[in-house]
Ligand binder design. Structure first.
Ligand code: ATP
Length: 503
């Protein structure tokens, strides 16, 4: 698995998807740049999300709020006081970790052990296997799950009450070791705020302390009434936004999974109090279907319903994805009640309420939010799409099976040889198709190598111009995933490609 992940990172660099930031200065930890192909894939994912949220829902509109916000925003949201991670250092390796992540990883191992027992029993009992009953009665599974629950509860108690000594005691009791060196020599646990601070204004005396937003959601909450009034929105309605967010993450070794500067795609759905569970279930279901529509395999997604809820939520789930390093959060869906709007009412002194014409009364709406990381989406799709295939002749090929709708370049146009007028026809085809799609022209190397290059770049179609083209205005179109080639008329190319690449 580690090799797969390394391969993903190497491929992303080699094929112009992702570069380390400021690489000539040896890079900056957990900060990355999207390269010429990466920027297109990222844009297409963003667009795919936007269309499904804003274009396809007549009661959802978008905004683009600023990264800078009035500092009181972050008091009201709770970020100034509570957006902390519990830190722990290993005294020998001098490495820093999130105490909660170390404990959660330990619990994930217990979970995996339980799953193994279940799998074994499934094989043993075949058709007659009653999974639910087995989970409840098998002593090993019961013990693994009970232990996991007890550990997580104890950790949550420690973090909530501020009893960080007990969190450290838990790490020691479980004999959790530094994942890199195996050392168990830990420091105390302490809280660390994840927001980046900066200053607005030129003079040092009057400059205002600001934060770079750690989430896009607050830009939506503070604009709730502006959008509702000017858009004449009726409850239920949603506000969607994509944009950068910044967190001074402690554990930053998972490529673009956990970055210090990243992009979120969030939607806050405002509902009548009491109706939130209906919409929570709707969005839970709708968002998973959206992920599944990309064809990365249903077995690679799972819900992780939160048993322990944050103080602002009455229901929460994560959609987890099977990344090269295991199942991890890809998207969060939370029923946040009126926590945010009420807090902003209190701190701003302004009413943030919806006037219901039918009942002639005002209320603070409840919020159901969906929040997905664009970079994590990118990683999920990129890592699952990257495949090594053994071909019939025994050779292998590297192919990036990106969904055609998201691929940076839709077609590579290749003259079979660099003479006889073939390059000119190929260029004419490119000039024509580029009005509708990103296309690339490639005439260097033997055509087989050019096919391989297009495969590795994730380009779904290769269009080859050969000598027959001169006679009958047809070309071959090669499909990346099946490597099948069809002979088609040049005039039909646009429609054929469109069928595959449009949303
Ligand atoms: P995690 O537990 O992994 O730190 P979180 O629960 O703090 O994530 P949220 O605050 O719910 O995350 O943010 C919503 C989404 O934003 C996440 O599901 C994730 O996809 C994305 N996200 C959060 N932090 C980062 C980060 N540092 N880098 C990239 N994406 C992130």
């Amino acid at each position: 698995q580690e090799d797969i992940f390394k391969n993903v990172i190497l491929h992303a660099k080699e094929y112009g998807y992702i570069f380390p930031s400021s690489e000539i200065y040896d890079g900056l930890s957990a900060v990355y740049d999207y390269a010429q192909n990466g920027v297109e894939l990222k844009r297409n994912i963003r667009e795919y999300w936007w269309k499904s949220m804003v274009q396809m829902h007549e009661n959802i509109v978008g905004i683009d709020a600023s990264i800078f916000m009035h500092p009181t925003t972050w008091k009201a949201s709770g970020h100034v006081d509570a957006f902390n991670d519990p830190l722990i250092d290993n005294k020998d390796s001098k490495k820093r970790y999130r105490a909660d992540v170390l404990i959660e990883d330990y619990c994930e191992k217990l979970h995996q052990k339980a799953l193994k027992e279940i799998e074994k029993a499934k094989k043993r009992f075949g058709e007659a296997f009653d999974e639910a009953q087995f989970i409840e009665t098998n002593p090993c599974v019961v013990e693994y799950y009970a232990k996991k629950k007890e550990i997580l509860e104890r950790m949550a108690r420690g973090l909530d009450s501020g009893d960080l000594a007990d969190v450290k005691a838990l790490i020691e009791e479980l004999e959790i070791a530094d994942p890199d060196t195996g050392s168990k020599n830990w420091t105390e646990v302490r809280q660390f705020n994840l927001m980046f601070g900066t200053k607005l204004g030129a003079s040092t005396d009057t400059a205002m302390d600001l934060y770079l937003r750690p989430e896009t959601a607050q830009g939506i909450f503070v604009n709730f009434l502006n959008v509702q009034k000017t858009g004449r929105m009726k409850i239920p309605f949603g506000i969607a936004q994509t944009g950068k967010a910044f967190r001074n993450e402690i554990v930053a070794r998972q490529f673009i999974f956990r970055m210090r500067e990243f992009e979120q795609m969030e939607m806050q759905f405002f509902v009548k109090p009491g109706e939130e569970m209906k919409y929570y279930e709707y969005w839970k279901d709708t968002r998973l279907k959206w992920h599944l529509s990309l064809g990365m395999g249903a077995e690679n997604y799972r819900y992780h319903d939160h048993e322990k809820l944050a103080h602002y939520a009455n229901a929460a789930t994560d959609i987890e994805f099977n990344f090269p390093f295991g199942f991890k959060e890809l998207e969060g869906i939370h029923s946040r009640m009126d926590f945010d709007l009420k807090a902003h009412e209190q701190f701003s002194g302004k009413k943030l309420q919806f006037f219901d014409n039918e009942t002639n009364s005002s209320y603070v709406p409840y919020v159901v939010e969906t929040s997905v990381g664009l970079d994590r989406m990118f990683l999920s799709i990129f890592s699952k799409s990257l495949q090594e295939e053994t071909l019939e002749d025994g050779l292998t090929r590297t192919v990036l099976k990106l969904p055609a709708v998201l691929a940076p370049t839709k077609a590579a146009i290749l003259p079979l040889v660099k003479k006889d007028g073939l390059p000119e026809i190929a260029q004419e085809i490119m000039e024509d198709l580029k009005w509708d799609f990103n296309v690339a022209y490639d005439e260097k190397d033997a055509v087989g190598r050019r096919y391989r290059r297009a495969d590795a770049l994730g380009t779904p179609f290769c269009i080859t111009v050969d000598h027959q083209t001169l006679e009958d205005k047809t070309v071959t179109i090669r499909h990346r995933d099946t490597m099948k080639q069809d002979r088609v008329a040049i005039v039909d190319l646009r429609t054929l490609i469109n069928e595959e690449v449009s949303i």
